[in-house]
Design a protein around this ligand. Structure first.
Ligand SMILES: *[C@@H]1O[C@H](CO)[C@@H](O)[C@H](O)[C@H]1NC(C)=O
Ligand SMILES: *[C@@H]1O[C@H](CO)[C@@H](O)[C@H](O)[C@H]1NC(C)=O
Ligand SMILES: [Mg+2]
Length: 254
């Protein structure tokens, strides 16, 4: 090897090793050979869940328990809800409300108007990373201790001022109506046109909710807006003039 060539090789080797000349994108990633997707990106997972690209998921992936917990308890969740609520209000404000009392806004309850976070933050629930336990969750409903979701409560009050009638359409079973009604009133949801609970035989979330919305429209109500944390609150027939999805990365109801 000539002296000149050796010099050139050394120069290249040095410049590659120098931190200033690193080309990050070309660096091999450990474990990238066939294991590219082994590390779940929790922000991507949450986005896919919110957009209904991931469906029928049973629980929060174990790897994302901390991520979901931080998201739900931190500022981001509250800000995300606030923005949806603000957008809904801007839309509602522009509508022509008639005085016949038939312009309604449909709200879901759990994780839309009322939060179950004190339950979901328990070690035995782990923000949805531990499989759903109906016995434990129903006992929590009976406590009637769920706090309001601030952004949605504010929207609820503003919609009433605009002249909308409120319909709560919940997947909560009628057996828990007393506790739920008490809870809703205690946290500021003091009036409504209807509060509809799920009865035995009502079917899946989407089937039940579309049937109830259809019945509302058949009774002459105009569903001007519809807000929920599950896509099953918002999909199906008679969905309303416009739907609003608030975040919920803790559980999926089809
Ligand atoms: C508002 O709605 C009522 C009833 O649907 C209708 O008669 C009226 O023309 C509407 N007004 C405007 C400004 O769109
Ligand atoms: C579900 O919750 C109940 C009540 O807290 C508890 O007794 C039961 O062991 C739980 N079941 C499972 C599978 O964790
Ligand atoms: Mg809900």
């Amino acid at each position: 090897m000539s002296i000149t060539l050796l010099f050139l090789v050394l120069t290249i080797a040095t410049s590659v090793a120098s931190p200033l000349n690193q080309i990050h994108l070309l660096k091999p990633h450990p474990g990238s050979a066939g294991h590219k997707h082994s590390k779940l990106n929790c922000l991507s997972w949450r986005l896919a869940v919110e957009t209904n690209n991931i469906q029928k998921w049973k629980q929060v992936p174990e790897a994302c328990e901390n991520y979901v917990g931080h998201y739900m308890l931190g500022k981001q969740y509250r800000k995300d809800v606030d923005l949806v609520a603000a957008e809904a209000y801007e839309y509602a404000k522009g509508l022509n409300i008639t005085k016949d009392g038939k312009d309604v806004w449909v709200f879901d309850i759990d994780e839309t108007t009322l939060s179950n976070l004190p339950y979901y933050a328990r070690d035995t629930v782990a923000f949805g990373a531990i499989p759903y336990n109906a016995t434990a969750f129903n006992a929590w409903i009976e406590e009637a201790a769920g706090p309001a979701i601030p952004g949605t409560l504010k929207l609820y009050k503003r919609l009433i001022k605009l002249g909308f009638k409120i319909v709560f359409l919940t997947g909560t079973e009628a057996a828990y109506a007393e506790a739920r009604t008490k809870n809703m009133k205690a946290i500021g949801y003091t009036k409504w046109e209807k509060l509809i609970y799920k009865e035995e035989g009502d079917g899946s979330g989407v089937v039940y909710k579309q049937a109830k919305r259809k019945a509302l429209e058949e009774a002459g109500y105009r569903i001007r807006g519809n807000m929920g944390d599950q896509w099953s609150d918002l999909l199906g027939t008679n969905a309303g003039d416009r739907v609003f999805k608030v975040p919920d990365p803790m559980y999926y109801i089809g």
